[in-house]
Design a protein around this ligand. Structure first.
Ligand SMILES: C[S@@+](CC[C@H](N)C(=O)[O-])C[C@H]1O[C@@H](n2cnc3c(N)ncnc32)[C@H](O)[C@@H]1O
Length: 243
């Protein structure tokens, strides 16, 4: 359902994902290439600090010949590279900011807005639960922050998803779709974030970022379980004959 919505929303457009643990990028590209969907983005780029995700996207794109799908290793704490500012739309499902009043979300959204040069649209998957105060406060903070950058809420699909998170199994999330105001100024230089105060609860209570990249340890046979994960217990007798 989410992939179909994203494919329709970005039909013929250039789409960047700021983090994509859910692999919506791969789903949208693949469903179009297999003609399950007749529409979808013209170009898809995944930015993530986890090299396992980046390489998995690249390997899948290569294996399935998805020329419009690519991925790049990138940490949102760093300034956005200059060659990543020509997208029409961005998508992000950031760390939900329960203990930082949405600061973590605003940073992911900032990088999305920079990637569309502050002129375009963005879909933010964000916690949405009227039973709990913090998601409502974070929603307000994120909308205020986006408005300060010249974006307004063009659409919201409330309480749409359930993530069955270990620590919040019933927490719902929504699709919050932002659009830039006509003639929104595009003059903004992307800067790295180093201000400790802003980062102290980035990934949760007292969980400040410590990792620049999660590097993938090369495994020989992609698509196969790593040798360290299993041991074959061979059938007696048959073994000799084989060898
Ligand atoms: C962490 S998940 C968040 C999922 C869900 N919203 C949550 O709160 O559990 C989002 C994606 O962002 C990526 N990510 C996390 N921190 C990042 C960073 N500093 N820079 C770039 N990508 C990051 C993760 O690898 C993952 O693919």
């Amino acid at each position: 359902m989410q992939s179909e919505f994203v494919a329709r929303w970005t039909d013929g457009k250039r789409l960047v994902f700021v983090g994509d643990g859910d692999a919506i990028s791969v789903c949208v590209s693949y469903l179009k290439s297999r003609e399950v969907l007749e529409y979808g983005p013209s170009k898809v780029m995944v930015l993530d600090f986890d090299e396992r995700i980046v390489n998995a996207v690249k390997r899948f794109a290569d294996k399935e010949r998805l020329e419009n799908l690519d991925a790049r290793l990138y940490n949102v704490l760093d300034a956005l590279p200059d060659d990543l500012v020509d997208f029409d739309c961005f998508y992000t499902n950031p760390p939900w900011g329960q203990y930082n009043n949405g600061l973590s979300i605003n940073l992911f959204v900032d990088r999305g807005m920079e990637a569309v040069s502050l002129s375009g649209e963005g879909l933010v998957v964000i916690a949405d639960d009227r039973e709990l105060p913090w998601p409502q406060e974070v929603l307000a903070q994120v909308q205020r922050h986006a408005a300060e950058s010249g974006f307004y809420v063009a659409r919201m699909q409330p309480e749409l998803h359930l993530y069955h998170l270990d620590d919040a199994p019933d927490l719902r999330s929504c699709n919050l779709l932002f659009r830039s105001r006509p003639g929104n100024s595009t003059e903004r230089v992307s800067k790295p974030v180093t201000d400790k105060l802003r980062l102290e609860n980035f990934y949760g209570r007292t969980k400040a970022p410590k990792v620049r990249y999660i590097r993938e340890l090369k495994s020989l046979n992609y698509g196969q379980a790593h040798d360290t994960e299993y041991k074959l217990e061979l059938l007696e007798g048959l073994h000799e004959r084989d060898s």
